[in-house]
Ligand binder design. Structure first.
Ligand code: IMP
Ligand code: MG
Length: 215
């Protein structure tokens, strides 16, 4: 079972005033729940764990857009740094896919792949899927079943966050950064209707903001 850093349900988080948060979001957020520095520290360790397990062969890192882009970029930087500072190194290539399943703060049953590279390129490869957050698990289960039709050699999934929620299908990624409470989180590329990707820390969105940015 993957180990992870657990953020408790009663985690009080940190006052926004203690960190740098864009002015335009100041009234939309309750607390900083995972500061950017902690995300980076945990990501560094995930990179090490992944290379330990997958390091024998060429890895294709598959970024699940858009929410995964920050985590993907930072994780790959750490993997690169391991590659250029040790005797063993592993070639790394990148691929991108775009999926959409959310409207406002609700997961819809309809998980759509709406663009990106052809999954058939991944046939015979060791694939590392890089995702921002697993909630119900439906997005990842759909993606894994699409991918299995292309016969990759190996597939591992790393998700920065996994939500503790009764809506979970029970699906768990191979590598997990943090397990988080059942709240709607934004920042570090996680969005609410496309807003808040331009925020460094992971924060809890307040109810007033859910109305303000509703579509
Ligand atoms: P799932 O299919 O329910 O597991 O949801 C996965 C997708 O929903 C993620 O890739 C996110 O894009 C989105 N998502 C789920 N929870 C949150 C959240 O708290 N904030 C932002 N996006 C979320
Ligand atoms: Mg996502």
């Amino acid at each position: 079972m993957a180990s992870y850093l657990q953020i408790a349900d009663d985690e009080k988080g940190h006052d926004l005033d203690l960190f740098c948060v864009p002015r335009h979001y100041e009234n939309d957020l309750d607390k900083v729940i995972i500061p950017h520095g902690l995300i980076m520290d945990r990501t560094e360790r995930l990179a090490r764990d992944i290379i330990r397990d997958m390091g024998g062969h060429h890895i294709v890192a598959l970024c699940v857009l858009k929410g995964g882009y920050k985590f993907f970029a930072d994780l790959l930087d750490y993997i690169k740094s391991l590659n250029q500072n040790s005797d063993k190194s592993v070639p790394l290539t990148v691929d991108f896919i775009r999926v959409k399943s959310y409207c406002n703060d609700k997961s819809t049953n309809n998980v759509k792949v709406i663009g990106g590279d052809e999954l058939s390129n991944l046939s015979g490869k060791n694939v590392l899927i890089v995702e921002d957050i697993v909630e119900t698990g439906r997005t990842m289960e759909t993606l894994l079943s699409l991918l299995s039709e292309c016969n990759p050699k190996m597939v591992k999934v790393v998700s920065l966050l996994v939500k503790r929620t009764p809506r979970s299908s029970g699906y768990r990624p191979d590598y997990i950064g943090f397990e988080v409470p059942d709240a709607f989180l934004v920042g570090y590329a996680l969005d609410y209707n496309e807003y808040f990707r331009d925020l460094s820390h992971i924060c809890i969105l307040n109810d007033q903001a859910k109305e303000k940015y509703k579509v």
